[in-house]
Design a protein around this ligand. Structure first.
Ligand SMILES: [Zn+2]
Ligand SMILES: [Zn+2]
Length: 344
C-alpha cells in the first residue's frame, strides 16, 4: 500500500510499504480521508516526543471496511462506511469497565509513536483498527466530515465534563479547532449564551458564524469585565479553556460566578499558577477533560443533524501524496489554516 511515513523529524517519504494484516479482533480499513491534527504537526518536529520516527501518523480518519478479523465476523460488512476512536483501549481494566476508555491503563493512540509504543495510523491507503474502536458513519455524513468526529467528540466530552445544563451562560477562551467545536457543542447542549475570546480576529469572526453570541479580543483586555457586565455582575455559569496557559486559566476562573464550573481542555503549559483563593472561597469546580469517552456516536449525530458544522473548518482537501508539503505549510503557521484533510 501507499503511505506517508515520517522517516526522520521533519522528513517524510511517500511510497510503498507492506500491507498491515488484521489480527482476529481487527478490522482493516481502506482510508478515504484523514485530517492533519495539531498534535501531528507538533509531533513532526520532535518537540512533543510523541511521533518518534519512523511512524505513519494520522488518527482523524474515515473509510470503508476492507477485511474483517476472524473473531469479529458478522458484526460488520465489507464496504461499510466507518470511522474509529483514535484511542485504542484494552476493554478490560477498571476504567474501561466504567466506560472511561480515555483513561484506560493500556491506552494507545493511533498514529502515535512514543517511548512506550508505536502504533501506525491512517496517512496510508490502509489502517488496522481493533474492532471495539470502530463506529459506523451514517450516509448523511461524508468522509471529509467524518474526519471531524474525533475533535468533535473531544469538544462534546469537555461540555459533558463541565456539567453544562440548558440555559447556562458560557464562555470559551481559545478559538482553535477544539474551541470552535466547543462553542457549537455548548449551543447544542442548550446554553442560552455562548461568548468566545481569542487573540485572532479571523477566528473570532468564524466563531460568530458558527454560533457564538458575542466575541472578544483577549488582546484588548476586559474579557472578565465584559462577562460580569453581561451577567448582572455575577459571572458566567461555565467557562472553558481551550488553550491551556496560565493567563487563560486565570481568565476562565475569574470569569465564572460563585459555584460556577471551569472546564480545562487545553494544556499547552505543563504547569501554571492559578488563583487558588478564588476557587476555594467561591466554591468553583474545575474539570479536566482529556480526549473523549464514548462521544463518537453523539458527535456523528450532531454533525449529521447540522447542529455542529464542520465544513467551515476545512481549509483544504488534498491528495496524500502532497502530505509533506501540507505538513510544512501548517508547521510554518504563516497561513490561517484550520483543518487540512488528506485523501489516499
Ligand atoms: Zn487529534
Ligand atoms: Zn482499559
Amino acid at each position: 500500500m501507499k503511505a506517508l511515513t515520517l522517516t526522520a523529524y521533519n522528513e517524510f517519504s511517500f511510497g510503498d510499504v507492506s500491507n498491515p494484516r488484521p489480527g482476529p479482533e481487527d478490522l482493516l480499513i481502506e482510508v478515504k480521508a484523514c485530517g492533519i491534527c495539531g498534535s501531528d504537526v507538533h509531533g513532526m518536529d520532535g518537540s512533543t516526543g510523541r511521533r518518534i520516527p519512523p511512524v505513519i501518523m494520522g488518527h482523524e480518519a474515515a473509510g470503508v471496511v476492507r477485511e474483517i478479523g476472524a473473531s469479529v465476523q458478522g458484526k460488520w460488512t465489507v464496504g461499510q462506511r466507518v470511522t474509529f476512536d483514535s484511542t485504542l483501549f484494552c476493554g478490560k481494566c477498571r476504567y474501561c469497565a466504567e466506560g472511561l476508555v480515555n483513561l484506560c491503563q493500556d491506552r494507545r493512540i493511533l498514529g502515535v509513536s512514543c517511548q512506550e509504543y508505536r502504533q501506525n495510523g491512517a496517512f496510508a491507503e490502509l489502517v488496522l483498527v481493533p474492532e471495539r474502536s470502530i463506529v459506523a458513519v451514517p450516509d448523511k455524513v461524508s468522509f471529509e466530515e467524518a474526519v471531524f468526529v474525533e475533535p468533535t467528540a473531544v469538544a462534546l466530552h469537555g461540555v459533558r465534563r463541565a456539567q453544562v445544563v440548558p440555559g447556562d451562560v458560557a464562555l470559551v477562551v481559545g478559538t482553535g479547532i477544539i474551541g470552535l467545536l466547543t462553542i457549537q457543542a455548548l449551543k447544542a447542549a442548550g446554553c442560552s449564551k455562548v461568548y468566545a475570546a481569542d487573540i485572532n480576529p479571523k477566528r473570532l469572526e468564524l466563531a460568530r458564524e458558527l454560533g457564538a453570541d458575542e466575541t472578544f479580543s483577549v488582546k484588548d483586555g476586559g474579557v472578565r469585565e465584559a462577562m460580569l457586565e453581561r451577567t448582572g455582575g455575577e459571572g458566567v455559569d461555565v467557562a472553558i479553556d481551550c488553550v491551556g496557559i496560565g493567563p487563560v486559566v486565570d481568565l476562565v476562573i475569574t470569569s465564572v460566578r460563585k459555584g460556577g464550573r471551569v472546564g480545562l481542555i487545553g494544556n499547552l503549559a505543563p504547569r501554571c499558577e492559578f488563583p487558588l483563593q478564588a476557587v476555594v472561597t467561591r466554591e468553583l469546580s474545575l474539570f479536566g477533560s482529556c480526549s473523549s469517552a464514548g462521544e463518537y456516536p453523539q458527535a456523528l449525530e450532531e454533525i449529521a443533524a447540522g447542529r455542529i458544522k464542520v465544513k467551515p473548518l476545512t481549509s483544504a482537501v488534498a491528495p496524500l501524496a502532497e502530505g509533506s508539503d501540507w505538513f510544512h505549510r501548517l508547521h510554518g503557521g504563516k497561513e490561517d489554516l484550520i483543518k487540512v484533510i488528506l485523501t489516499p
